[in-house]
Design a protein around this ligand. Structure first.
Ligand SMILES: *Cc1c(COP(=O)(O)O)cnc(C)c1O
Length: 398
């Protein structure tokens, strides 16, 4: 089968919800992906923030191979070693107290929402709680997570969604505070908005929200599904702000490439929310994915990945600054650590497409942001190569 036949034959069987680029990937090595024609692509997307350790890391794949031979699945009716190890590793990395493993980011959000509702129900004995979410947020595609996603484009065909979600302006304290009432049970936000266009929370905003929540007995849910697990330069971005959420969601990079998410809570929330029978999942936290979580987090610690991200971030940002200075259509750059975006007035989709022709994988975010989420192991040479490639791509638009 040639490439075109392969693509049309694939599309014949798959529900058309993605407009895929006509690239057939075959394997990956380090910070590069290779297609079936053995063309090489520098990866500045990490499979949307997943492949933090890059591709084909020998220690990681070896651990997974051992686990495949040993035990794949048992259900959550029993204990197993990787579950113990991953639970300990996630609590240590996040500073949270109790964790629940899910199969995706959206499911982590679902669990977080249920936890917040149950907490309010037990604490205040009422129902019909409201949750304040942010405009331009993204929390997932399931009905609950969509209900707190502040983007009408994703929501419009699916009403009625979950009741009780209200929207406020991110980084605008008054906008949030003015939505709080006696029914508010939680405020949910990304510490760094990802899909919405790479907007980090302002420090004063996040700290004031934390105080507001403490004062009113409202739970703060931070969604770090994209910005967590080392990407910001801290294991979790909130750790840079000197605060702690009541509920934290994570996924994407958590398992280094296998489908796994989690939500984690404080002891106070754990003691006053979900009880046996309130929540569950068949696959969640199975031996394969928890072995992957434990291995990824151990390798990140051993290799001091957050130190590397912090050390390389100024170099990364200088390149973005140079591009913004040299091209009129590049308006500004913003981000934190290895989660960066450039605001463009040329069509971002075209830039991403040209990137593939040039051998670099890029992402978009919002309508006008070129988003970069390189593997956290990206070195100076990779950033230089990105600089060269983006210069060539931008020149073609100038
Ligand atoms: C990707 C993402 C999600 C949804 O995760 P899925 O694994 O795709 O369900 C939720 N929140 C944020 C911030 C994300 O980036």
């Amino acid at each position: 089968m040639n490439k075109e036949e392969y693509i049309s034959c694939t599309d014949e069987n798959l529900l058309h919800v993605y407009n895929r680029f006509p690239v057939i990937f075959h394997h990956g090595e380090g910070v590069y992906l290779y297609d079936t024609e053995d063309r090489k692509y520098l990866d500045f997307a990490s499979g949307i923030g997943v492949m933090a350790l890059g591709y084909h890391d020998r220690e990681y794949t070896q651990a997974l191979k051992e686990q495949v031979d040993q035990l794949l699945h048992t259900s959550n009716l029993y204990y197993h070693q990787p579950l113990h190890d991953a639970g300990e590793a996630v609590c240590e990395a996040s500073g949270m107290d109790k964790v629940f493993f899910t199969n995706s980011g959206a499911e982590a959000i679902e669990g977080a929402l249920k936890t917040a509702k149950k907490y309010a129900y037990l604490k205040h004995g009422r129902k019909n709680y409201e949750i304040i979410a942010m405009n331009h947020s993204f929390h997932g595609r399931t009905v609950g997570s969509l209900s707190v996603t502040g983007n009408e484009h994703y929501r419009e065909a699916f009403y009625p969604l979950m009741d009780g979600a209200r929207f406020a302006e991110f980084n605008d304290y008054e906008s949030v505070a003015s939505q709080v009432n006696e029914n508010t049970c939680a405020i949910i936000m990304e510490t760094i908005q990802g899909e919405g266009g790479i907007y980090p929370a302002d420090e004063s905003f996040l700290k004031k929200i934390r105080s507001l929540c403490d004062e009113k007995g409202i739970l703060l849910i931070l969604d770090e599904i994209q910005c967590g697990v080392g990407r910001s330069g801290s294991m979790f971005a909130f750790q840079k702000y000197g605060i702690r959420p009541d509920i934290l969601t994570m996924a994407k990079a958590l398992g280094g490439g296998v489908p796994v998410g989690a939500f984690a809570v404080t002891d106070e929330v754990a003691a006053n929310s979900l009880k046996p029978g309130d929540h569950g999942t068949t696959y969640g936290g199975n031996p394969l994915v928890t072995r992957a979580v434990k291995t990824s987090l151990d390798l990140m610690k051993k290799r001091k990945i957050t130190d590397h991200v912090n050390a390389m971030t100024p170099y990364f940002e200088n390149i973005l600054e140079d591009l913004v200075n040299r091209y009129d259509f590049a308006k500004e750059h913003r981000g934190m650590g290895f989660m960066q975006g450039i605001v463009l007035t040329i069509p971002v989709g075209e830039v991403v497409k040209k990137g593939l022709e040039e051998g670099i994988i890029l992402l978009s975010a919002g309508n006008d942001v070129l988003r970069m989420l390189p593997p956290l192991v990206m070195e100076k040479e990779g950033f230089d190569e990105m600089h060269e490639k983006l210069t060539r791509i931008f020149d073609s638009f100038a």
